[in-house]
Design a protein around this ligand. Structure first.
Ligand code: SAH
Ligand code: DHB
Ligand code: MG
Length: 225
């Protein structure tokens, strides 16, 4: 896990905003604590980012959401809660252990009927989704292994439609996008993804920087043309 450095003020403000504005409920808090108890890395999105994803699902009117990187289901729960009745979220997770814990958390949140967890390497799952001839996805959230971020963006376009919303987590990575030697595993993948976002003929994109409990980072927001 790459070390993200926080500042006390960023964390205190995030806690204030979470308590004052965001209000994660027990099901969401249990998803976070279950991950800690299971020894999983504490790398879920922050509550304010989760709520942002839920709002994006609602604002875009998405009925079909694709997530790459499930962990314990924290971001899945936020996004599934933004779906209308009959809406669906497919989430891709490599590790069966993570998928099992996520399944329990999603069931406990009362969202089991809306969420399909697909276990395996996401690149295989994405190819399978295409050959199954699934309906296009309306919103795609990319948050797995950063080495494949550019591939995941290509898949988001392929499995989307004009107007599909794409969110890519971890787009700044403590500034390592300017200094890849800080993290030779992940930074090159993130940089490739940003370059692709800036020149992909079918994507309009921007990147928003963030600070908080997860240090200095950001997310890319894109729309399929
Ligand atoms: N979106 C989650 C956090 C995801 S953490 C949240 O905010 O709550 C990244 C997850 O991606 C981990 O669970 C990791 O096991 C998974 N992952 C890593 N490489 C993967 C791959 N190639 N295919 C699918 N999942 C992968
Ligand atoms: C890591 C992964 C993430 O998706 C994230 O948001 C923060 C950290 C990590 O692998 O260190
Ligand atoms: Mg992330």
């Amino acid at each position: 896990m790459f070390e993200h450095k926080t500042q006390p003020g960023w964390v205190a403000v995030e806690e204030f905003l979470t308590a004052t504005v965001v209000h994660p409920d027990d099901a969401l808090q249990r998803a976070v604590s279950s991950a800690v108890e299971a020894g999983m890395p504490p790398i879920e999105v922050s509550p304010n980012a989760g709520k942002f994803l839920q709002l994006l699902v609602q604002i875009s009117g998405a009925r079909r959401v694709l997530e790459i990187g499930t962990l314990a289901g924290f971001s899945s729960i936020w996004m599934a809660r933004g779906l209308p009745d009959g809406g669906h979220l497919v989430t891709c997770e490599y590790l069966a252990k993570h998928a099992g814990i996520a399944r329990a958390n999603i069931e406990a949140a009362g969202l089991g009927h809306k969420v399909d967890i697909r276990v395996g390497a996401a690149l295989d799952t994405l190819a399978a989704l295409q050959s199954e001839g699934q309906e296009p996805f309306d919103l795609v959230f990319i948050d797995a292994d950063k080495e494949h971020d550019a591939d995941y963006l290509d898949w988001a376009v392929r499995l989307g439609r004009p107007g599909t919303v794409v969110v890519l987590d971890n787009a700044v990575w403590e500034g390592a996008v300017l200094e890849p030697s800080m993290d030779e595993v992940n930074a090159p993948g993130i940089i490739s993804a940003l370059e692709l976002l800036g020149q992909h003929p079918e994507l309009d994109a921007t990147v928003i920087q963030t600070v908080g409990s997860k240090g200095w980072d950001g997310f890319a927001l894109a729309r399929v043309r």
